[in-house]
Design a protein around this ligand. Structure first.
Ligand SMILES: NC(=O)c1ccc[n+]([C@@H]2O[C@H](COP(=O)([O-])OP(=O)(O)OC[C@H]3O[C@@H](n4cnc5c(N)ncnc54)[C@H](O)[C@@H]3O)[C@@H](O)[C@H]2O)c1
Length: 248
């Protein structure tokens, strides 16, 4: 596994108990970082700990939709550690159906987790990054936030919102040594795919010129570089990892 230099860095990864978040955590650990994961899934956190088995890996049960919960745990962490890196990976797709059939509660839940959750974590952590004049934030958006996917209006809108948030916050923080970037992955085989119909997943894959799913290690490598000191210039940007689907 290729290593990046993340020695003496502490990374906080939301939705880190599985999927992209957990794979990023593993690559961060190999690269020398301390990793703290946040997730709402207690059983999955336990499983992740069994898989990772590393003293530099710790966890909290945090619901990113609850700002008080987020702020309280940040305050706790700041007492014993700085937070150099924030990866916003917690997310859901929600049901696949046309906009006019979307249940109001489903739409709101997707926005709460994917967009407001990212806002809550940035809002709570950025002041400490400013104090340290150091930070690397990577928001995991989706290619659907750029292109829009039929039958996924809530998900696509929430991810487009994450791209807007990234561009604005990146500009606000550009005078500090803080980088804020987003990535726009195509489909990868994680649990999140079970939330969509097989037909929808097949349609997603048919749009990818590479003709296959994104591998987790391919995504983690990009996130590692964006989270490292080496990324000292790129900010407020959107990095594509859609296998040729989206070319802008
Ligand atoms: N897998 C894909 O095909 C794909 C493609 C593009 C973008 N993404 C995005 O990547 C991110 C990670 O997705 P994944 O594929 O790893 O999914 P996943 O379901 O494997 O992992 C997501 C994690 O987020 C956690 N989570 C959900 N709601 C939460 C909350 N309110 N607070 C804290 N944690 C919460 C879940 O418990 C889960 O452990 C998501 O934002 C997703 O939208 C995924």
């Amino acid at each position: 596994m290729h290593k990046f230099d993340l020695k003496n860095k502490t990374a906080l990864i939301t939705g880190g108990a599985q999927g992209f978040g957990l794979d990023i955590a593993k690559k961060f650990l190999v690269s020398g970082a301390n990793v703290i994961i946040w997730d709402i899934d207690k059983a999955q956190i336990k499983k992740a700990k069994r898989i990772v088995k590393n003293n530099n890996f710790s966890s909290y049960i945090v619901d990113v939709t609850n700002f008080n919960n987020v702020a309280r745990v940040v305050k706790k962490i700041i007492k014993y550690s700085k937070i150099d890196i924030l990866i916003n990976s917690a997310g859901i797709t929600g049901p696949t159906t046309q906009l006019w059939n979307y249940k109001i509660k489903d739409w709101k839940q997707i926005m709460e987790i994917n967009l407001n959750g990212t806002f809550h974590c940035c809002k709570a952590i950025v002041p400490y990054m400013i104090k340290n004049n150091y930070g690397r934030i990577v928001n995991i958006a989706s290619v659907s936030g750029k292109d829009g996917n039929a039958n996924a209006s809530a998900y696509s809108s929430s991810k487009a919102g994450v791209l807007g948030l990234t561009k604005s916050l990146g500009k606000e923080l550009a005078k500090y040594n803080i980088a804020v970037n987003a990535i726009t992955p195509a489909g990868a085989k994680t649990r999140i795919l079970n939330q969509m119909t097989k037909k929808h997943v097949k349609q997603m894959l048919s749009k990818v010129p590479r003709g296959r799913f994104l591998e987790l290690n391919e995504l983690s490598s990009m996130v590692c570089w964006l989270s490292s000191e080496e990324n000292s210039f790129s900010t407020a940007a959107v990095f594509d990892i859609s296998g040729g689907r989206s070319t802008y």
